[in-house]
Each structure stands twice: as C-alpha cells, then as structure tokens.
Unconditional design. Structure first.
Length: 222
C-alpha cells in the first residue's frame, strides 16, 4: 500500500473514532434526559475536551496531507470532505455538551420527562442518533444510499421543533418555575434541531466525496 493510502486510511480511522465518541455523547445526553441523571450529564460535560482534541488532531492531519502530498481527484475530495465532516462532528459534540448542561439544570427542578411526552424530545433524540449512525455507516462503507433518508429525517426534526416551540409559546399562566423549565426544554429542542442540520451537512459532504456532486445551494457536479 502506498504511503498516501496508509495516511488516508489513518485519517479515516481517527475520524470514525471521533464519530463514535460524539455518538456516545449524544446518546448519554438522551439517557440523562430520560432519567434526569446528573451523573450522565456530567459525563458528557467532562468529555468535551476529548472531542476538541480529536478535532485539532484531524485538522492537522488534513492540513499536512494537503500541504505535503498534493492529492488529486477522489483523494483530494476525501480530505476536503473529512475537514468539513470533522467540523460538523465537533459542533454536534458541542451541542451534546450544551444539552447536558441544560439537563443538569433541569434536574434541579420538578420537571418529569414522562409527563412531557407531547414535546417529542425522546423522539427527536432517537431521530438525531439514527441520522448520525446513518452518515457514519455511509462514510465507513463508502455508500451514500442513505443520504436521502438523512435529509428527510432532518425535515422531520424541523417540523417537530416548530410544533413544540408553538406548544411552549402557547402555554399561558405559567409559574416562574414552569417558565424556567420551558426555556430549558426550548434550548434542548433547538440544539437537537441543529444537530440534525449538521448530520445533513455531513451527508452532503459524503456525496461530494463519493460522487463529486455538490448538494448545497442546488449545486451540481464538482
């Protein structure tokens, strides 16, 4: 195997490890929400620096490959896509961290997630986690057949978020405690919606890498 192939493979391995870490962060955030576990929320919060370290390492690997190897065609697209995927994964990690902070604060109130089923937060967590897993598998197996499914799930998250925001806004006569809880819930929903957007961005980058097609802004072949 050529030296460039070895280094590209190493880059892919590091990116997949970061992917798994970010997935774990988001999954722990979900479980923390369902159980109102401060310990799980703290685990997510304490792991943020590890996600940041991964991002810096992968950025450096990409920059060195671009500067020293002068890759062409699909190798160049792989590195450019990896750079952007890395940034999106780091942002999803940031969002999981932010969600955990909201849950940590929510756990100090009288909030009971089982009485808030109408907010669809558990469903949003599940859809976002599935999106993250779909794009990970697409990248790992170099198969972008699931891209359309990821994009449709993002539309679902957007719709649920709009409906839930409306429900929160329409609540009248809330006590200060309920207002505080609603703001925390609002922030969790918004962050899950943004995580879905980043998964869609990753799906678009995988399409660019594999097919040389730019999906953003209605673009075409690169």
């Amino acid at each position: 195997m050529l030296r460039l192939e070895l280094e590209l493979n190493d880059l892919k391995i590091q990116l997949l490890e970061m992917w798994q870490l970010v997935y774990s962060q988001l999954e722990k955030s979900k479980n923390s929400y369902l159980t109102m576990s401060r310990d799980l929320a703290f685990e997510v919060i304490s792991m943020e620096k590890k996600v940041d370290a991964f991002e810096l390492l992968i950025d450096q690997m990409c920059e060195q490959l671009l500067a020293l190897k002068q890759p062409m065609a699909i190798d160049l697209r792989f590195i450019l896509s990896s750079l952007k995927i890395n940034g999106n994964l780091e942002r999803i990690g940031d969002l999981a961290y932010g969600i955990a902070r909201q849950i940590f604060e929510l756990s100090h109130t009288q909030f009971d997630p089982m009485t808030e089923k109408q907010m669809h937060i558990e469903e949003m967590f599940n859809e976002t986690l599935e999106m993250l897993l779909l794009v990970k598998n697409a990248f790992e197996k170099e198969d972008n057949k699931s891209v359309s499914e990821v994009l449709s799930k993002d539309d679902f998250l957007d719709n649920v978020a709009k409906q839930t925001f409306a429900k929160i806004s329409n609540k009248a006569g809330m006590t200060p405690e309920e207002i505080h809880q609603s703001l925390l819930i609002f922030n969790i929903i918004r962050k899950l919606e943004r995580a879905g957007d980043h998964c869609s961005n990753i799906a678009e980058e995988i399409t660019f890498y594999l097919d040389a097609v730019v999906l953003k802004h209605g673009g075409g072949t690169a």
